[in-house]
Design a protein around this ligand. Sequence first.
Ligand code: B12
Ligand code: SF4
Ligand code: SF4
Length: 333
Amino acid sequence: MSGPPGTPLAWRDWIRSRGLEIGFTSVGIAAAREPDAARERLLSWLLRGDHAGMAWMAREPERRADPEAILPGCRAVISVSLQYHHPDPVPLAPGLPKVSRYAWGDDYHQVVGEKLHALLAEVQRLRPDVRSRIACDTSPVMDKAFAAAAGLGWIGKNTCLIHPRQGSWFFLGSLFVDLEIASDPPVRDLCGSCRRCLDACPTGAFPAPYQLDARRCIAYWNIEHRGDLPEPWPAAIGEWMVGCDICQDVCPWNRKALPSTEPRFRPRPGLADLPAVRWLEFDDAEIRRRIRPTAVSRIKPPDLRRNARQVERNRSANLPAAGGEDRGGANES
Ligand code: B12
Ligand code: SF4
Ligand code: SF4
């Protein structure tokens, strides 16, 4: 192209096609204003204490949905998604601890972050004066609310962003810019009367549709909580060593979810394919070496060992009584 696109609409088309070339699954644009009711919902979530021990979620909550606070002079939010779904059966083999799909490959902060920098470089090649702020779960920004406003999907009753063709196995990132770009229309909520996720959650983490109480979520306890697990969580995590996928596994929109084309999200050997007892044999340095390139590195080595030990106990406790099928239920012991 000889010069930069001449209109906000032309910028949108140009940015979308550059983003798709860089490898994003979807690229959408949200107007530079607070997504509808996002701030109110975040404040009520915090007031109820649904953020559990994630004190960092309560820091500057009014900034998280405010583009002007995130980037003074912001004129558009470029929202991106990157599919991580690899329909590989390895981590589902019998006897292995359960590791959520999002953690099978390389760390998404790194992969999505690199691609966002590449997209920004493309924009700045044509308009070097464009100011920006990049976010991918790395700063206080409501990635889902902006992605919903940018038409990348709808926030489902399980509180994940869902796309009609991609399902919900994707990561999100946001690029705030002071460039005028035409925005995309939102996608309508297609949950309808379905309530599979609400009924399938083994620990009752959804007090209501579209509302997640992290105090009752396995993914909170085995990823975010430091130190011993309080009762009833040792048994309630079931066989989940890292995160939990149940409320997405049951979602009908994930039945035909697109496979990921990102090679770095392929399951890494020596991680989700290891029996839980192996993690108990490793010292901190060896655990760090194995998890450093992945999103599991959010979990400290002693806490990963804690999870592995508990998963092993839950598995042995479950084998004779429940035929090994009653996985992850609360208060089993
Ligand atoms: C804190 C956090 C968690 C917490 C809390 C989860 C949560 N739902 O809030 C815990 C540790 C439990 C968690 C778990 C997971 N997380 Co997380 N997490 C985040 C983080 C850092 C902030 C999310 C947030 O702002 N929560 C606060 C609440 C208020 O916001 P909310 O979820 O948008 O919820 C409100 C809306 O749903 C709203 N709402 C929206 N529409 C509607 C409509 C109606 C009618 C109503 C009434 C309400 C409503 O009401 C809710 C308030 O109650 C984001 C990254 C980021 N910076 O945004 C990643 C993020 C949400 N997580 C992500 C992932 C992948 C996961 C896991 C799948 C990992 C795993 N396998 O273990 C699970 C999924 C669990 C689940 N069902 O959500 C992805 C989600 C991608 C996607 N497709 O949606 C994100 C976006 C990271 C990323 N950059 O890709 N996570
Ligand atoms: S991630 Fe697991 S525990 Fe958390 S809400 Fe979903 S099904 Fe429930
Ligand atoms: S399982 Fe059903 S209710 Fe839950 S998010 Fe998926 S479509 Fe919506």
